[in-house]
Design a binder for this molecule. Sequence first.
Ligand code: CU
Length: 165
Amino acid sequence: MTRFCSLGVFLFGLLLNGHLGADSLKTQIAVSHGWSPAAPPNMSMHAGYFVLHNQTSRAVELLSVSSPAYESIEIHESQIIDGIAGMSQLPSLSIEPDQKVVFKSGGLHLMMRNPGSKKRVGDSFAVQLQFSDGALVDLEMKVSKYSPLQADAPKSDMHHHHHKM
Ligand SMILES: [Cu+2]
């Protein structure tokens, strides 16, 4: 993203929600390392991962996630119950003050349904996180084979995402 582009987004953001409380909160919920594992073209459901750090002095609650690139996005958590891998949808996610939450394979993840276009390695798209006090936080997701958290250690951890309905 270029300098000019960031400024544009910043000004646009001020215009849309110049609400001071939400805006000051926004700068203190840090999101990073957004990525989505490259998936076969016939898959209509993709996983999304990122790191969220609540740098405010109070608990925040992530209510929903949306993107122009997908029809819908849910917050999921993978679990192994009686030796069987499954996942459940979370209605929201509370993050304590100074808590860092890592969305990753086998744990918390975004379940993104019906991409508007094919996603290839190197593509990126925007998602928006909405919090309970109205704060909106934007995050860039990169389509990649590997997590940016282990970029130097490529290993065959291609995540097979079995979805239990
Ligand atoms: Cu899922």
